[in-house]
Design a protein around this ligand. Sequence first.
Ligand code: AMP
Length: 116
Amino acid sequence: MTEETIFSKIIRKEIPADIVYEDGLVTAFRDINPQAPTHILIIPNKLIPTVNDVKPEDELVLGRLFVVAAKIAVEEGIAESGYRLIINCNKDGGQEVFHLHMHILGGRKLGPMLSS
Ligand code: AMP
């Protein structure tokens, strides 16, 4: 069974979040525990728990994640300096919230891709 997370409440504006972008397919908001000067999460409005649950019909919304990431990077002033996009999946991937999300991290030189 697919259970809603706190991210569904953010999409519906039932709990506060610093939303930087929203449209009919995706919502982007600042991470509550930022790991870099820019740390924004971009999520499908539709609940897809993990990458394992992605279906062919999700291609449009998943493509939108990248389009919005590129737009946010420009707006945040990190497009040229660079940034990292991360999507964690399940336990070994470090996923904590089971509503698929893309992290956009930048604004400083990031460390090695994997710390351990
Ligand atoms: P992950 O480990 O990939 O599942 O990442 C989950 C992210 O969601 C973490 O970076 C959290 O800091 C972030 N997060 C959890 N709750 C909230 C919230 N209410 N508003 C913004 N970010 C959140």
